[in-house]
Every structure is written in C-alpha cells, then in structure tokens.
Design a binder for this molecule. Structure first.
Ligand code: NAG
Ligand code: NAG
Ligand code: NAG
Ligand code: NAG
Length: 618
C-alpha cells in the first residue's frame, strides 16, 4: 500500500511540474542518438582557450573559424579527405604575446577571407586578404574590431568597453590616414551588429549601453541603434574633423510598454533580408534582469523613419535637420556641427513591427540568434524560422508566428553545459554551424527523417523545411508536391479524411512481443517518448494503467508490481497529439508459473527508487 501512495505522490509532482513548464517547450529533443552531427575538433590544434570564435562561410560546406591567434578552414563535405582542417597562417604567428584576430569578414576578388589582427593596447592593426593557399594582400588600419563591416575598400569597425573610445570607426584600406572616429568620448557601449543599408547610404549599429544613472528604479542597460551616413567625411577643421557629423541614436523598445516592463540588454541581432531588398527585418535577442529572454522584430523602414521624422534631444532650433546625409559634410554649418558633437538621441523609440509585443518570451537562456526563411510554393505563404542557441549547449529551431511561436526541435550537438561561442546560418545550403571553444558542428536543417516514418509524424512536426513526400512515402525536404501544414499541423491533410485510427498507425495487433513473467515478480514496460507535445499513456483492455514518466530516459514506464493472472493481456502505449492517436509500442504479457522470473524483485525495486530519485531531483 505504501508503494501506491508514493506512486501517486510522484505522479502529482510530475503533473505540477509539467503544468509549470507551460506549452512552450520543444516538441522534439534531438541528440546524437537521433542525428549524427558532422563536427570538426579545433582544440587539438590550439594552445589557447578561446573566448570568441567567429565563423565565415566559404564555398559549399566550407567554413572559416577564427579566434585568438588561430584561423582554420574546415570542410564539412561528405567523403572528405584527410587534410580538411587546414590552419591558415595569420600575422600573429610572428608576434609572441597578446596578439589576436580583431576582424574577420568575407573577402573578394578571389580572396575568400579578410582578417585583421592586432596586439592588445596597440591602436594599429594589420589586415590581410587571404586565399585558401595562405597567399595574402595586407595593409594596416587604425584599430577597432568586431562587429565590423567591409564594403569595397571601406572597413567599418567598432570598439566596445574601452574607456572613452567606444563607438563606430571607419578606415579606407591602403590609406590609414583616411579615417573617421566617434564624435564624442563614450564608454560602456557593447556593440552587437552593424548593418549597411544601401538604399539610403546609411550604416546602422546596434548596441547596449550601460547606464551611469544611479537611480535604482532605472534599468542597468539601454539598447540602442545608431546611424551614420556612409558618405560622411567629418566636420570642419574647427569642429568634428575626421569625426562623424551624422551620428544619431535611438532607443530600441522591446517589452510591454503598458506595464513599463522592458528587455534592455541586447545580446545578439540577426537580419532577414526581404525579397526585394527594400525592407529587411531585424531580429533582436534581449535579456532582462530576471534572466528572461525576448525576441523583438524591427523593420529597417521603421528605424529609418525614426531618424527621418522624430526630433532629436536636446531640442534646439538649428539651421538644418541633424543627421541628414549630405555630399560634403565638411561644409555643414557650425551650429549643426557643434550640436552633433553631443551625440543627440531621438525623442521617439524604435518599436517592434506593428508596435507589437515580443515575438517570443522565454526562460531558456538564449545567447545567439540566426533567422532563416523558407519560401512557399504556388501562392503558399513562406515561413521564418528562428535558430536560438542556449547557454547550456542546445539549439532551438522555432517557427515564427506572431501569436504563438512553436518550438519545432531542440538540438543537442554538444555535451550538456557546453558554452556556445557563435552560430552561423548558411541560408543557401540550409545548414547551421555552431561552435564551442573546442569544436564546430554542422546541423542540417533539412534533416527531416528524424520526425518519423508516418505522414502524420511529418505534418505534426510543422517544420517548414520538411514535408511528406507521397511518392517515396517519407518525410523529406519540402517541395511543391509535399503534404505539409506548417500553420496548424493538421494531420487530416494526410488522408483528406477523418481522424486517423490508431489501429492503422504504428504496430499492428499481431506485432506485439510476448513477455513471460513469473507469478508475483515485478516488471517494467518502457515506452519511448518522441514528441513532448503528445500525451502518452499505457492502456490494457481498454483501461488506462498508471505509469511513471522517466524524464531522464525520456520514456513512460509501466510497473507491474507483482504479476497476477489479471495482469495478463495486451498492453499498448498510446500517444495522442491534437486529435492524432498512435500506438507506439505494445506487449503481450503472460504469467509463467516458474519461480524466479527474468526480473527479480530487488532489481525492480532499485530501479523504481532510482526513477523516483531522478524525478524528484529534476
Ligand atoms: C591555390 O591552390 C589551388 C590548388 O590547391 C590552385 O588551383 C590555385 O591556383 C592556387 N592559387 C594561387 C593564387 O596560388
Ligand atoms: C592588393 O593591394 C593593392 C595595393 O597594394 C590594391 O590596390 C589591391 O586592390 C589589393 N587587392 C585586393 C584584392 O584588394
Ligand atoms: C528617410 O529619408 C531618406 C532620405 O531623404 C529617404 O530616402 C528614405 O526613404 C526616408 N525613409 C523613411 C522611412 O521615411
Ligand atoms: C500562427 O499559428 C496559428 C495556430 O497556432 C495559426 O492559425 C496561424 O495561421 C499562424 N499564423 C501565422 C502567421 O503563421
């Protein structure tokens, strides 16, 4: 009797726990048991513990990874040869200490890569175009680092967390003297991303600024975007010479304005270009003081609109509007130049698209974001997919939906607890690269067979990259002939008919394994959990049997606590998701009279205790 009491208590705890977790959990957990993640170890090649690692796409299935004093070319192509982790020499190789990569950008003109290195505390850096054979074309720059942007021979860099020197810098390669600096001394800025907008010839920089305000009610951080004109040549000899004359900033708003609840620390930014190039979407990943994360989406046009139309603070009557791009900034009136020296900020904040709430709010400790798009076919809507890495080494694949984001899967390419340093999406190949300080792993976003081998499994996955191939009868890369329902995951699309009957899905009645259990002995029936959005239960003779969810092993366990004649029969583990039902596994139990069965009691009891312990400690 005590056993049953304990059992019910455990069930209660489990139910309460799953209610608290809510429905925003990943539908599938995908580990190396389900997928092989192609990976390249870096750690054997290094004598240094990396804290940053940047990834740049090379040609197909090829990645450049650089950090500290190390630069590698990694080839993830199948049937690869031996020398596919290639070390590329950088100028630091000749300098002993404190030298490291500061900038890494895609190259041009047959040079796939552009890399800058600098010795710490030295303002000057060396930048080189590099080809795969290590051949180079080098020049020096004035400093600054990532986030950076190379457009033609113009290199934009940023400086973060350097006292009085934070901001945006510009250098013309092969002409170190031609450079631009921030208009004022700033500290405690942390730059996250810089983006060029060719349409208006402006550059936008996204960053978090630490507040010096001692008011305990105000947030520690302010997230901001600032603009500079790409044609800016600096001010007159007297004011702002070689310094930005067009820099304006605005606050980014992400949160619930009605409750004055904001996410203020900008952690990462991803950009999704629009089809016509006109209005890209900017995805910001934020954190608040309670370790909550939020993703807000901004339209480039809205950002531009704030800089065009809002009035800058402090309000002042000036001879012309601040921040407009002009041909010759050196001739700007001095009242404007003097005003720009104080780093004006716009009155209006930049709000998310449609003034909406965050797209996603989560307790998962997200650190990086990438965004991909899957175009629809034949008048079908396309879909956006967010890829979010967590602080403990996992990656969430999330279907964007303004009302209800859906976590398609949680990938576990690393050991639990691994710190992810960077993430890069190859949109053309639909592959995601994720790096720790020890390795780079590739995740194929079109790995569709993991969802299962039934049409319903494929539809329930709601993965825009995948669809049910009716000819090959498998879940594979989405095409216009696929059966798919990303919006609702409606399994009726598979049959054009009524609810799928469990007797037609999964194992058939005759397939049940028979298990002989001796009288009075204990036995466990495991049922593997695939979808965390489904409800699993053990059924026998049309009745549900009490069972335990073993979250560690991801299985639903039915305990036969002393085999009796009434326990004989067919046991089926059934999964229900929406109105889809399926038999996952089934067993036929028979009582054998022989004494001392397969599973002896002490072992069964020990297992039960372990299960309880796991559940309670979770
Ligand atoms: C680099 O090496 C490849 C073969 O490995 C060769 O085809 C190419 O011509 C070389 N490029 C230069 C610039 O030497
Ligand atoms: C290589 O360097 C020269 C200047 O020394 C420059 O004119 C040329 O554009 C550079 N090549 C590339 C690919 O940038
Ligand atoms: C902002 O001003 C620029 C330059 O006048 C213009 O090209 C752009 O379309 C404007 N954008 C918005 C959203 O008003
Ligand atoms: C969002 O999801 C709901 C169902 O959860 C669906 O009805 C709706 O069409 C989706 N919206 C978009 C824009 O995909």
């Amino acid at each position: 009797m005590a056993n049953v009491g304990l059992f019910l208590l455990v069930l209660l705890i489990i139910t309460l726990q799953s209610m608290a977790e809510g429905f925003h959990k990943a539908r599938l957990k995908l580990t190396e048991r389900e997928i092989t993640f192609p990976r390249w170890p870096l750690v054997e090649q290094m004598d240094e513990h990396l804290t940053t690692l940047k990834l740049i796409l090379g040609s197909k299935d090829e990645i450049y990874a650089g950090g500290g004093r190390h630069l590698f070319r990694l080839n993830f192509q199948k049937n690869q040869g031996q020398t596919m982790v290639q070390r590329i020499p950088i100028p630091c190789d000749t300098v002993k200490t404190d030298c490291g990569i500061t900038v890494m950008q895609p190259g041009r003109d047959g040079y796939p890569l552009f890399v800058c290195t600098a010795v710490k505390e030295v303002q000057q850096g060396t930048c080189c175009y590099k080809d795969v054979n290590g051949s180079t074309n080098c020049t020096s720059i004035y400093g600054g680092g990532e986030p950076a942007l190379l457009t033609g021979e113009i290199l934009y860099t940023t400086q973060s967390g350097v006292k009085d020197k934070d901001g945006i810098y510009r250098t013309r390669l092969y002409n170190v003297k031609d450079q631009m600096k921030p208009p004022s001394s700033r500290s405690d800025q942390q730059y996250v991303k810089i983006i060029e907008r060719k349409l208006v010839s402006k550059l936008y920089a996204f960053y978090t600024e630490k507040n010096h305000d001692k008011d305990p009610d105000s947030d520690i951080f302010t997230p901001r975007v600032s603009q500079v004109c790409m044609a800016d040549l600096g001010g007159s000899k007297e004011t702002l010479q070689f310094q930005w004359t067009s820099q304006l900033s605005s606050r980014l708003s992400c949160g619930d304005p009605s409750r004055k609840l904001y996410y203020t620390e900008l952690l990462d930014v991803a950009v999704l270009p629009s089809e016509d190039g006109a209005d890209a979407r900017v995805y910001g990943l934020f954190r608040n003081g309670w370790e909550m994360r939020a993703v807000c989406v901004y339209a480039m046009n809205d950002i531009d609109g704030v800089f065009n139309n809002s009035s800058p603070k402090p309000t002042k009557t000036l001879s012309r509007r601040p921040g407009e791009c002009v041909q010759e900034s050196r001739n700007l009136p001095s009242d404007l130049l003097i005003y720009m020296r104080n780093d004006p900020e716009m009155e209006d904040w930049v709000g998310p698209i449609g003034h909406s709430n965050p797209l996603l709010v989560s307790r998962s400790q997200y650190s990086h974001i990438q965004v991909g798009r899957v175009e629809g076919t034949e008048g079908q809507e396309g879909h956006n997919v967010l890829l979010l890495s967590t602080e403990c080494g996992a990656v969430h694949k999330v279907l964007e939906n303004s009302s209800d984001p859906f976590i398609i899967a949680e990938y576990h390419p690393f050991k639990p607890g691994t710190h992810i340093l960077s993430m890069l999406l190859d949109s053309s190949q639909k592959k995601l690269y994720v790096s720790s300080n020890a390795e780079v792993v590739q995740i194929d976003l079109r790995n569709c067979n993991v969802y299962g081998d039934q049409c319903a499994d494929c539809i329930l996955a709601r993965d825009p990259y995948c669809g049910w191939d009716r000819n090959q009868k498998r879940c594979s890369t989405y095409s216009e002939d696929s059966i798919q329902d990303v919006e609702d995951g409606n399994v009726h699309k598979c049959t054009d008919g009524p609810v799928i009957d469990p007797s037609t899905e999964g194992p058939q009645q005759g397939d049940a394994d028979t298990i002989d259990i001796s009288e009075s002995s204990r036995h466990f029936l495991p049922c593997p959990v695939h979808s965390h959005h489904a409800e699993y239960r053990w059924m026998q003779g049309g009745e549900e049997r009490q069972s335990i969810m073993d979250s560690q092993q991801e299985q639903l366990v039915l305990l036969i606590d002393g085999m009796r004649a009434e326990d004989e029969g067919l046991y089926q583990c059934e999964a229900r998701e929406g109105d889809y039902r399926k038999t996952v596994v089934q067993y036929e139990l028979r009582m054998s009279s022989a004494v001392g069965g397969l599973k002896s009691s002490p072992l069964a009891l020990a297992l039960l205790l372990l299960l309880l312990l796991f559940t309670l400690l979770r």
